[in-house]
Design a protein around this ligand. Structure first.
Ligand code: UDP
Ligand code: MG
Length: 316
């Protein structure tokens, strides 16, 4: 099969028939063999009935129905598990992404040899309150991930070589960073294609402004996991050592100062009267705690199922 189209959706009943008809037009015009996997993320409207109807009319339709709303990442994860096509395309269900882009995305994966091609909504039809934070968000994501050629990490329209989606694990709200996940898994031929974007036709957006706060926190988590995920001691031990040594030096200086003054018959204070004593004490305690966090982290990492998971591309 050439293409699997994975569509996560939450309360998008009005858009689905139109979207599917459009996809079918494009697929037939290009003679692709394909499947469309609708992942109904616990919709409370009639989305599932619509999907069942589409499924009765067409053999290309597959569906997954969650019992409750889990979020876009879990929906993508399950869609990826089920996908069988050589190229896997994800798109939003709200008609903001155009199926007309699919043939070119497919060509970039199969002929240009990219692992992942991300859409770039260069001209967006979204409110300003969304486009400005998005710019900042993408700049940060570029800097942290080291993928400098992507303008739009969170574009719903993306194409993947099948191996990519079978070898990454999207969870929580990590759908915003799939290119980063792919890069961490060793798929670094990542490109971008300018895509048409439309204003939402039906329904309303499912994400509020808190997406940016959560997005940043997730980015920090990802950076941490990819850098120190299996060696937490390298960060905690390092910070802990620095703090402990700083504290120790400060204590020695405070103590030596007092001894010096005593020896020379100068007036002197109790060590506990010096503010530096307390700073030194706190620093040493914090240093020890960081160290302990490192040890505990190592114990956890030792038990992680990920600790010996590698991407082996070929063996002979
Ligand atoms: N979506 C989902 N589960 C959720 C929230 C959203 O499957 O919990 C789907 C939604 O139905 C749509 C896609 O994710 O197909 C993108 O959502 P939306 O259009 O609301 O995001 P925006 O375009 O505002 O970024
Ligand atoms: Mg949308």
């Amino acid at each position: 099969m050439d293409i699997s189209i994975v569509i996560p959706l939450y309360n998008e009943e009005e858009s689905l028939p139109e979207l599917y008809a459009w996809i079918q037009r494009v697929m037939n015009a290009n003679r692709f063999t394909y499947e469309v996997i609708f992942v109904n993320d616990g919709s409370t409207d009639h989305s599932w009935q619509v999907i069942e109807e589409l499924g009765r009319a067409s053999e290309h339709v597959k569906g997954i129905k969650f019992r409750r709303n889990y979020g876009k990442s879990p929906a993508l994860y399950c869609g990826f598990e089920k996908a069988q096509g050589d190229v896997v395309i994800t798109m939003d269900a709200d008609l903001q992404d155009s199926p007309d882009e699919i043939p070119e995305l497919y060509r970039m994966i199969t002929q240009d040899g990219y692992d992942l091609v991300s859409g770039w909504k260069q001209k967006r039809y979204d409110p300003l309150s969304k486009t400005i934070p998005t710019k900042l968000f993408n700049a940060t994501a570029r800097a942290v991930s080291g993928i400098h050629n992507l303008h739009d990490f969170n574009c719903g329209l993306k194409a993947y070589r099948r191996e990519v989606v079978k070898n990454i694990e999207v969870y929580g709200e990590m759908h915003r960073y799939i290119p980063y996940l792919a890069k961490n898994a060793g798929f670094n031929r990542i490109a971008e294609k300018v895509v048409h974007h439309q204003a939402r036709k039906y329904g309303k957006t499912k994400f509020g402004l808190n997406r940016f706060v959560n997005g940043y926190l997730d980015l920090i988590t990802l950076w941490f996991l990819s850098t120190f995920g299996v060696k937490p001691m390298h960060i905690f031990g390092f910070l802990g050592s620095i703090m402990f040594v700083l504290g120790l030096v400060a204590v020695v200086v405070v103590g030596a100062n007092k001894l010096y003054d005593m020896y020379h018959g100068n007036p002197y204070r109790l060590i506990t009267e010096s503010p530096y004593f307390y700073l030194a004490l706190t620093t040493m305690i914090l240093g020890t705690q960081l160290f302990l966090a490192g040890f505990i982290g190592e114990l956890i990492a030792r038990n992680s199922p990920e600790r010996n998971k590698y991407q082996i591309e070929k063996e002979i």
